[in-house]
Design a protein around this ligand. Sequence first.
Ligand code: HEC
Ligand code: HEC
Length: 390
Amino acid sequence: MKKHACILGILILAACGRVGEGLYELDAAYAHLGADFPLEPPFDYSSSAPDYITRDNRLDMDVDDRKATLGRVLFYDKQLSLNNSIACGSCHIQSHAFGDTSQQSVGLDGGLTSRQSMRLVNTRFAALPAMFWDRRAINLRNQVTQPIQDHIEMGFSGTGNQPGLDSLLAKLQGLPYYSELFDWAYEQTGVTINKQRLSQALEHFVSSIESFDSRFDEGFATVGEIQGQYSNFTPAENRGKFLFSAPPQLDNENVRTAGGAGCAGCHRPPEFDIDPMSGNNGVDKEAGNPGGFDTTNTRSPSLRDIFSTNGQINTPMMHTGNFLEFTTIVEHYNEVIPDVNNRTVDGRLVRGLTSVKLELTSTERADLEAFIKTLTGNNIYTNERWSSPF
Ligand code: HEC
Ligand code: HEC
């Protein structure tokens, strides 16, 4: 019960310590929640996406401040896992653009996820509404309860000896702060905590997480398109921008003779979302098991915020999480090696059993990296509205 006092203390007074000791203060904190709701005013969760951002997979456009606030508490609450040890925020870390630094994330009881934890950057600003590396969730609202029901991630799976989602809903209903918060978020009294409301609140929060204050945005806003020289870029960054966006011109042996690396065909600026028509990119091993095949992955998070503001990569990359440097990414695309066991690789990367050979020079590789670094924002890492309230 003490912990709840702290949660409310933080939300109400912005300082757990001020709640003081013992149950008396806890009751006092709850007393506040009636007539004069202490969460007012909530943070503003509305999007500040620039006009040139036109791809948006959110069905009902506006993010509601109250539902997002409730979603924020849920996102960071370890009570959402079976043994109160894991929250969404354990694997989706704000200081790492809402991804994880581990190749595979640790779930309940030390179990490892079968893929790398995706960065949650501009999830709504993508043409493709489907979520996960393999697109198995039809949209974000459908996705957000899946980690809770995953037997490794949060454990309310309803399989084996684990209880199902109903058991979590009853658990949340029994936590006084959730009765209060759900009533407040839905502006009714006696709101039932059901799957629909739980997913809606999480969805509002996750889809509010956005990043549009990068140097790339500054340049794009001025020039209005991906082409051309951005005056706020170095020559290397401008060359990298060209290499990223221009398709390669190939000779009849699929060797690049001119043009760029063609990244933009699949990671489409200015959102840098995945082309819904993208096939597999040739990264087809299982995370943590280089002998296994995992060829179903055709979704990528936005390529924004691959790098952190300190110039280090935020997370291991690709579903395998075994790309630890951007140089290995470029090396991979420089020549995707065809594999007879994986015929699903996109035709932009292999032609039949022949690779497209980009033959990128060391300067070109450095230029591409310099450009990717311009896609890093600031706000996403520090804005309090996306931080843990606990
Ligand atoms: C134990 C670690 C872990 C926890 C806890 C976790 N996730 Fe994830 N998350 C992952 C992994 C791993 C993936 C990629 C899985 C895959 O594609 O198979 C992922 C993918 C996602 C995606 C898909 C992003 C995209 O662009 O397709 C969203 C959204 C997401 N998680 C939200 C959440 C929410 C909301 C919660 C809490 C209810 C949560 N996650 C809890 C590890 C975790
Ligand atoms: C044919 C489409 C296609 C092309 C072209 C392409 N990519 Fe990708 N990219 C993908 C797919 C699909 C994934 C997700 C693959 C996976 O993890 O299994 C991905 C993943 C990535 C990732 C990892 C993202 C993360 O969050 O871990 C990076 C970085 C990346 N690509 C950079 C590039 C660069 C740089 C280029 C150009 C040299 C490029 N891509 C060209 C389809 C493509």
